[in-house]
Structures are given as C-alpha cells and as structure tokens.
Design a protein around this ligand. Structure first.
Ligand SMILES: Cc1cc2nc3c(=O)[nH]c(=O)nc-3n(C[C@H](O)[C@H](O)[C@H](O)COP(=O)(O)OP(=O)(O)OC[C@H]3O[C@@H](n4cnc5c(N)ncnc54)[C@H](O)[C@@H]3O)c2cc1C
Length: 458
C-alpha cells in the first residue's frame, strides 16, 4: 500500500470503524469479481458504511483525495457495473439493512438501500402486500441495486419496472452532499423527477442510501401453466388470448428446448411435458372468477397451436424451477464465462429476431452455443452465448447487438449498460441523447469519481 492509500484507509476506518474497511485480498475477493466470473478487478479497500451520514463522510473523504468509487449492492449485476476494474474504492451498501416501515394505508415500504429484495418482499407480505418487483436473484440483490439498474424481472409485465415502484429516495453525491426526495405521494409534480433519474443511473450519479418503494396487492390466487408451442408467435398469441379472456397476466416467460434440456441436466429434473416442442411458454395468470376454468378454456380454444400443457395452482415452484434455473445452469455449463446479452424488440419482431439470429450465429460462430429465454411478454429476451473464446467476445457481442438494432430493439432491456455494453451505446442512443446524458453526469459529478468507466463514457 502506498502512503496515500494508508492514510485514506485510516481515515475511512475512523468513519465506519476498522472492521468495516476491508483490505485483505482474501476478504475483498468476493467484491472484485462479478456474478458471471468475467469481470474481475482489484481494490485497495472495500468500505462498508452503516448509515447515510457515514456514506456522506466516506464520499467526502474520497472526494478530497480525488479517489474514484464504485458503489456495490448484492453484486448480482450482469453487466460488470459493480466491479472496481481500475482499482477504485468499493463502497458496499450491504450494511444499510434497516426496514424502517411498511405503511399499509399508503402501501409503501421505506428501507435502506442494502436491504435484500427477498427480505423486503417478506416484510411487505407480512402486511398482505408485496414488492412490485421480483427476480431470480432476489436472495442476494439489494433494493439499491434494483433501483440503480432499474431492474425488470418476472412481474414487470404486470407492475412495470423498478422505476415505476419508486416514490422517494435518499442519495449521496460524489462530494458528500445528501439529496433527499421523500414524499409518500402518488401525485407530486414539483420539478424534475430526481428519483426517476437516479433509477437506472447504475451508480454513476449518486450512491443511493434509502428508498421509498410503492407496494402492490398480490393476486389472491394464481394459476401457472407451462405450455408447449411450435413458434414464438404461437406463444405471443396465447399471451394475447389470456388477456383478452379477462385474465390478468402475472408473468409470461419463454424458454427453448435446448434451454430446458440444459436445466434438466444440471438439476436432474424430468421432462416437464410429454412432447418435445421447440418452445415453452410459462404463463402465470390471476382472475376474479374461476381462474383455472378460464385458463383451461383458453388453452382449449387455442387449438393445435398448444401442443401440450401442464397447469398448477400458483406459486407452482416446480414449474417455475425450469425457468428460474436457467441463469445458474448456463453458468455451470459454459466452458468460459457466458456472454449475457439482455435485449428487447417490439413484440411483432421477436419471432423474426430469434429465428434469424440462431442460424446466423451458427454460420458465423460455429463453436458458440446460444441459449435464449426471457420475459417474452415484454419483448425481452436474454441471449446467452456459451463457450465463447475470450478473443471472440467482442465480435460476437457486436454481431448480436447489431442484429437486435436492425429489428428495432434495445441493446439493454433490463440489466443496464455497465461495462459490458458501454462501447455499443451509440447503437441505442443518438449523439445528442448521449451528449445530454454526459452533461447531466458532469453537472452532478463534475470530478467524475462515481463509477467512471460505465454508462455513458465521458
Ligand atoms: C440469477 C440472476 C437472475 C437475474 N434476473 C434478473 C431479472 O429478471 N431482471 C433484471 O433486471 N435483472 C436480473 N438480474 C441482474 C441483477 O440481479 C440486477 O441487475 C440487480 O438489480 C442488481 O442488484 P445488486 O444489488 O446485486 O446490484 P449490484 O450488482 O451490486 O450493482 C449493480 C449496479 O448498480 C450500482 N449500485 C448498486 N447499489 C447501488 C446503490 N445503492 N447506489 C448507487 N448505485 C448502486 C452498481 O454500481 C452497479 O452499477 C439477475 C441476476 C442473476 C444473477
């Protein structure tokens, strides 16, 4: 350690206590590599403040020393945004774990940014309510993380993204100033939407320390169906039929046969249905009347486009397991860290995008295996590329991102830009748009200390 680092480490230790400044590489190892194993950096110190005041004091000290900082929550992000690739200080929010209040009248939850999503869900459920966001990383991802990435997840089709759940925020700017916008109001049009701006900013504008989240009333009973179909269009038409029948769509997830086979291999599961169809749709629905009868009716009326189906009362964890085990099974299967491309297209383009992508990949990258799945009801597909050699990562990423752009889609549907997609920002945004984002960033963090190398590049 240099003398400057020694001096900052002791300064940080005075703020948060010596036990909360981690410098031993064995201990900091879990903070410097991302969930996929691809992004690996280094740091002189991980600092773990326990309150907004401590976050403010930490950032004030780093600002004085001109030190760059990477905010980190649960470190489940899939675009390398939470990793100190250039030796930045890691500011971990994992001690900001207070659930302050669940308000059953205004249906809100006030909590620290380090609260784990599953714990926030549990706190809400104890009052007959629920968080509007759910995702397979719920046991590790934090509230600050889902806000910072504007996470989507499996309930997005019903409740919208995390930004839509956010009513208030407390955050600390890079120079230590604390900004609080905290109103338990559904209607409050006084000036710019600062919580909305910080949502999806991926830690480039401020460190979020507390959040006020809107809660939803969970559906009392749901039905989950796993349906074998031949085409993506059949799946989307079924989704449309379910809604037109008056059912509320709680989730609509698409999987492919190779994806299901892979999950079965890694989890020793039997085939979910009797037929071997190219695609499977997992649809969870709720309704006012006899939901199961209505669901069966829709499946019946869909005729030959439904090859086979299983229906179970929600939450149906056995059916959901086929979908939720995809991410970890893919990581376990791939001989190299998988390239994870989270994309979206307009619904009318999903079929064309997918059916042209697979042969094009096979032709141009014969050694690469693609497993696609995702929140198809939102036009969101996760394209996972397995066995990609390090030397091929950039070329195959470029290939797929250009392909999705040609189909009117987005290079990042819900995971953010991070480091993984920063070089391709211009595929998703115009030069004027990017310049405006740069101006906003320069106004809020003029020294460029927060997450300097991710969205948007300076
Ligand atoms: C199995 C699995 C399933 C997943 N499913 C989904 C899914 O369905 N939908 C989806 O959208 N994502 C999904 N993800 C991705 C990931 O879980 C989300 O991006 C999540 O929001 C990250 O939360 P985190 O607390 O782990 O944040 P981190 O990974 O720690 O950080 C993510 C980004 O936010 C910033 N950040 C974190 N906390 C703060 C804070 N308090 N203040 C400022 N910046 C901060 C970081 O600097 C980084 O840029 C999945 C990941 C896994 C591993």
């Amino acid at each position: 350690m240099t003398s400057t680092t020694l001096s900052i480490v002791s300064e940080l230790a005075e703020i948060v206590g010596p036990a909360n400044v981690l410098t031993d590489p064995d201990v900091t190892a879990g903070y410097v590599t991302d969930w996929t194993g691809h992004w690996s950096g280094h740091t002189e110190a991980v600092v773990r403040p326990g309150s907004t005041a401590e976050v403010s004091a930490v950032l004030t000290a780093c600002h004085r020393h001109g030190l760059r900082v990477v905010p980190q929550g649960g470190n489940t992000g899939l675009v390398g945004g939470s990793i100190p690739m250039d030796g930045e200080i890691v500011l971990s929010t994992r001690r900001l774990t207070t659930i302050e209040r669940v308000d059953v009248v205004d249906r809100t939850l006030a909590a620290g940014a380090g609260v784990i999503v599953a714990q926030a869900q549990e706190a809400a459920r104890q009052h007959g309510l629920d968080l509007g966001v759910d995702l397979a990383s719920r046991d590790s991802a934090t509230l600050g993380g889902i806000v910072s990435t504007n996470a989507g997840g499996i309930r997005m089709i019903k409740n919208g993204n995390t930004r839509r759940q956010l009513l208030g925020i407390e955050a600390v700017l890079s120079d230590g100033r604390v900004v609080t916008r905290w109103k338990e109001l559904v209607k409050d049009n006084v000036g710019y939407d600062l919580p909305g701006l910080l949502a999806g900013a991926e830690g480039t504008l401020a460190v979020i320390t507390r959040v006020l989240m809107r809660l939803v009333i969970p559906a009392p009973r749901t039905q989950v169906s796993l349906v074998a179909v031949t085409t993506v269009s059949d799946a989307l038409q079924l989704v449309d039929r379910l809604e037109r029948a008056g059912l509320t769509l709680e989730a609509a997830e698409l999987m492919t046969r190779p994806g299901i086979d892979l999950v079965r291999r890694h989890h020793d599961l039997r085939a979910p249905l009797d037929v071997d169809s190219p695609f499977l749709l997992l649809a969870e629905v709720s309704g006012q009347r006899d939901t199961q009868a209505l669901l069966l009716d829709v499946l019946e009326q869909a005729g030959e486009s439904v090859l086979d189906a299983a229906v179970e009362e929600g939450p149906a964890p056995k059916l959901w397991r086929y979908r939720e085990s995809h991410t970890e099974s893919i990581s376990a299967e791939s001989s190299t860290p998988p390239v994870k491309l989270d994309l979206s297209t307009p619904l009318r383009e999903v079929e064309q995008f997918l059916t042209t992508l697979t042969p094009a990949l096979a032709e141009n990258f014969p050694d690469v295996r693609a497993i696609c799945f995702g929140h198809v009801g939102d036009g969101n597909l996760h394209v996972n590329l397995l066995d990609v050699k390090e030397t091929e990562r950039e070329r195959v990423t470029d290939f797929v991102l250009r392909h999705v752009t040609q189909h009117g889609g987005s290079i990042s549907a819900e995971h953010g830009v991070g480091r993984a997609k920063a070089p391709w920002l211009a595929l998703g945004r115009s030069p004027e748009d990017i310049n405006l984002m740069k101006s906003i960033r320069a106004a809020i963090d003029p020294a460029g200390l927060l997450n300097p190398h991710i969205l948007p590049i300076r």
